[in-house]
Design a protein around this ligand. Structure first.
Ligand code: ATP
Length: 207
């Protein structure tokens, strides 16, 4: 099975492109969904949260106060980092399990959509990596509109991530999502065609 990483930055268009791929019947693992699912799949994460961050984030029913905890960890970089370091092995395991499941089912191509594939070294586990690129001005405009944030708030979020320019050197293909949706669909098709030419045995990439 061909494993393809689809990465980018905040609002660069990963979900938009994942939706284009899903419409073409490709399997896409969404790392954001995995990050939520692991809390349900591995209850020991709650034990780790209790140990690392304290009892105060649990209510009388011993359930995590998700909103309070979320506000706490995302209010400071070092807290977020500590949480990410703790949860990442579970996310990695779940992604590997899903990939193995699809492999067993005979799926030919599986995409992984994740904003921090490169930061978490998951790109090395992929056969191919694609960067969804967008120019800074368009990114700023789209994210502030989508998330109802000020330009400065978007700039802070963009600056907390590895830049799209730095990510370019880790990937095999770049899809420019700065222009119209139709243009992006064309770029997706062209990229799939190029991958199909490289991996000639993959039936679903044959046009
Ligand atoms: P995040 O990682 O922050 O969830 P993302 O990389 O998945 O973001 P999207 O949600 O796909 O990015 O796109 C960000 C916003 O830009 C969305 O509101 C989306 O509808 C819009 N958008 C994406 N691509 C285009 C395009 N080519 N033309 C116009 N708007 C677009």
């Amino acid at each position: 099975m061909l494993k393809i990483g689809l990465t980018g930055g905040i609002g660069s268009g990963k979900s938009t492109i994942s939706n284009i791929l899903k419409k073409k019947n490709f399997i896409v693992i969404d790392a954001d969904i995995v990050a939520r699912d692991v809390l349900r799949i591995y209850p020991e994460i709650f034990e780790n949260i209790r140990k690392e961050f304290g009892e105060e984030f649990f209510d009388e029913k011993k359930e995590l106060k998700r909103k309070e905890f979320g506000n706490y960890i995302f209010s400071k970089d070092d807290r977020r980092k500590k949480y990410e370091d703790m949860i990442m092995p579970f996310i990695r395991k779940r992604i590997c399990d899903l990939i193995e499941k699809y492999q067993r089912e005979g799926v030919e191509v599986c995409f992984l959509d994740g904003a921090t594939i490169i930061e978490n070294n998951l790109h090395k586990y992929m056969d191919i990596n694609i960067l969804v690129w967008v120019d800074s001005e368009t990114q700023l405009h789209r994210v502030s509109k989508r998330d109802n944030l000020t330009e400065q708030q978007v700039i802070n979020r963009v600056n907390s991530q590895m830049s799209l320019e730095d990510k370019k050197e880790f990937v095999d293909y770049i899809i420019d999502n700065s222009k119209s949706l139709d243009n992006t669909k064309r770029e997706v098709n062209e990229t799939l065609k190029k991958i199909g030419e490289k991996y000639r045995g993959v039936e679903c990439l044959k046009i």
